[in-house]
Design a protein around this ligand. Structure first.
Ligand SMILES: NC(=O)c1ccc[n+]([C@@H]2O[C@H](COP(=O)([O-])OP(=O)(O)OC[C@H]3O[C@@H](n4cnc5c(N)ncnc54)[C@H](O)[C@@H]3O)[C@@H](O)[C@H]2O)c1
Length: 254
């Protein structure tokens, strides 16, 4: 499948009601995918906006930590569009984090971040598997982070959870490769998503990240992740699996 042509492929994007997930959902839809936006927030307004532009998008309310919700999310894809080809595990706890030294992180905070960022992709992949098998193959794309590759202070639960996402990507790739299902991860650098802009994180971290860490010294926007997603979702990456691609303006070199 050429990425510039219309396809009849179907994608589910978790955490797609806002931020990076919404930009990725739009990009997939603009490239011919039918898209289910799944989010614990009401994702129908975002979906409606995209539909008004002629794109094939529906929104479903789904908490990725719920077995029932993740099953419903996949049923929305198969019921509305007839199948599933691509799962994008984007939902995560990031912009709502309170940065703090690790010894001030409570066990409950640790568990919550782990639940959404690691149990979530696991449940979504489990729910998606039968539908991907029905197609004879597919794509799972996990959104990790460069913070776990570089080590980042004051968010030990978050960086640990994203380290788990990379390990999950590698091991699941080994399990599913024989079925034509690839599993890859995109590791964004600090990205000016809606949530980041609303949280004040940019004010605290933006200039430091730009000046001290990047080869390409500008802000990273959600749109910078689109090329990597279309590559991992498309036919051009059919023989690429278990990989983590850092998209961060040349900050981390893998
Ligand atoms: N923004 C960054 O700098 C950055 C950098 C690296 C990685 N990431 C990762 O990219 C992804 C998106 O980041 P963002 O900045 O757009 O984050 P965000 O916090 O702005 O948006 C995340 C989305 O996930 C949804 N969500 C949260 N918990 C959920 C749950 N339990 N079930 C379903 N949906 C849920 C939220 O409602 C929201 O729409 C996250 O996985 C994040 O960790 C972000």
């Amino acid at each position: 499948m050429s990425e510039s042509k219309k396809s009849d492929r179907v994608a589910v994007v978790t955490g797609g009601a806002s931020g990076i997930g919404l930009v990725l959902s739009r990009a997939l839809a603009e490239n011919g995918y039918s898209v289910v936006i799944a989010d614990m927030l009401n994702s129908e307004p975002a979906a409606q906006t995209l539909r008004s532009e002629g794109l094939a998008v529906v929104g479903v309310k789904a908490d990725v930590t719920s077995v029932e919700d993740t099953a419903n999310m996949i049923a929305a894809a198969t019921g509305t569009y007839g199948g599933l080809d691509v799962l994008v595990n984007n939902a995560g706890i990031f912009t709502s984090l309170t940065l703090k030294p690790f010894d001030q992180i409570s066990p409950a905070e640790w568990m919550k971040v782990m639940e959404v960022n690691t149990l979530g992709p696991f449940l979504c992949a489990k729910s998606a598997l039968p539908a991907l098998r029905m197609r004879g193959g597919g794509r799972i794309v996990n959104i990790a982070s460069t913070s776990q590759l570089k080590g980042a202070p004051f968010m030990l639960h978050y960086t640990s959870s994203k380290g788990a996402v990379v390990a999950f990507t590698r091991s699941l790739a080994r399990e599913l490769g024989g079925e034509g299902i690839t599993v890859n991860a995109i590791a964004p650098g600090f990205t000016l998503s809606d949530g980041v802009l609303a949280s004040g994180m940019e004010v605290k971290m933006g200039d430091v990240v730009r000046r001290t860490s990047r080869s390409i010294q500008r802000d990273q926007m959600p749109a910078d992740l689109v090329g990597a997603l279309l590559y991992f979702a498309g036919d051009g990456s059919a023989f690429v699996t278990g990989q983590t691609l850092a998209v961060d303006g040349g900050s981390v070199f893998l």
